[in-house]
Design a protein around this ligand. Structure first.
Ligand code: HEM
Length: 297
């Protein structure tokens, strides 16, 4: 969190605890050797990526406007319908921004955290073993062997939830979330002036050794007995407060179902890639290629 002026004599950008925590959180210091150290790269590539994605979305929207479909069936159709309404607050620019945000929010997030989950499984055989045991027990205890995964079974996946929490804690898919101070906010001895933007940096919390012991170590068991399922001041992988990620529960179900299939039906073999890069978002620059082989039952 970046802090505003101090009460009394004005001092801008004080080097208070939180600012230091933020810097340490992004690039942990002192750097433990042999642990999850990720490379950094300037933001330019992400900006280029956004430019091309926006261009593609703009072209798609234009094409669809020129040839509207009779029955609206996807998000584009509904956006076009809304754009045509009289007095709508939606503009083409807002619509494109929302589409871009949704593309990132719904697809990039879960796919990246799943990729990281597979990487963690490959690197941590004992975790894979425990996860597999949990899911094989679900199959063993199933009354109807042919039924699909049930909600009750999903809710029973204790270790899987610990695994998911630990994956998103280290993934830090959103390296920063933003808020705007609507009025002067007093925080300890500081005032965040009205209209200032506040950048909250979840990695500063998630990688803080005072909060998580050996923060760079992937250890799902650290969540044992923890009630944290959504958000707290120590866990913000899905944000927090009123703008808390609307897809958090959906993405957990998606991840759990994926893991269930993966560990009960397939064996994996790493082929190539798997290097982790932060720009500052999580990336796999050379991809991560694994070969799946059906398990013999
Ligand atoms: C691992 C998966 C995911 C992670 C780590 C994640 C993380 C986040 C974070 C950190 C925020 C910002 C929250 C805040 O400002 O407090 C957010 C917002 C959001 N997420 Fe997710 N997300 C994930 C999956 C999804 C999925 C699958 C969807 C849609 C189906 C989704 C839709 C959204 C939307 C629409 C917002 C904006 C909410 C708002 O501003 O009110 N997310 N997400």
């Amino acid at each position: 969190m970046q802090m505003g002026r101090k009460q009394g004599p004005i001092s801008m950008w004080p080097s208070g605890d939180l600012t230091i925590a933020r810097l340490r959180g992004i690039d942990p210091w002192p750097r433990p050797t042999g642990q999850l150290l990720h490379k950094w790269q300037p933001l330019d590539q992400e900006h280029l990526g956004r430019g091309s994605a926006m261009k593609m979305l703009r072209n798609m929207l234009q094409e669809r406007c020129e040839k509207p479909r009779e029955n609206p069936s996807d998000f584009f159709d509904y956006v076009i319908e809304e754009l045509k309404k009289e007095g709508t607050i939606l503009t083409e620019a807002i619509a494109l921004d929302l589409m871009f945000a949704l593309l990132f929010a719904s697809f990039e997030t879960t796919s990246l955290s799943l990729t990281l989950a597979i990487k963690f499984l490959s690197d941590n055989p004992s975790v894979l073993k425990r996860l597999t045991e949990e899911h094989e027990a679900i199959l063993r205890n199933r009354e109807d062997a042919d039924s699909g995964l049930t909600w009750k079974e999903y809710k029973s996946m204790t270790y899987t939830f610990q695994f998911i929490n630990e994956t998103v804690r280290l993934a830090n898919i959103a390296p920063a979330i933003f808020r705007k101070a609507l009025r002067d906010i007093k925080y300890k001895n500081y005032i965040i002036p009205a209209n200032w933007a506040v950048m909250v940096c979840p990695p500063a919390i998630h990688l803080n050794p005072n909060i998580y012991e050996d923060p760079l170590v992937f250890n799902p068991s650290r969540w044992e007995g923890s009630e944290t399922t959504n958000a707290s001041k120590n866990f913000m992988a899905f944000g927090g407060g009123m703008r808390f990620c609307i897809g958090a529960d959906f993405s957990k179900v998606q991840t759990a179902v994926f893991l269930h299939s993966l560990v009960t039906k397939y064996r994996r073999e790493e082929i190539s890639g798997g290097n982790i890069l932060r720009t500052p978002g999580l990336q796999f620059p050379n991809g991560y290629h694994v070969k799946l082989k059906k398990k013999e039952i």
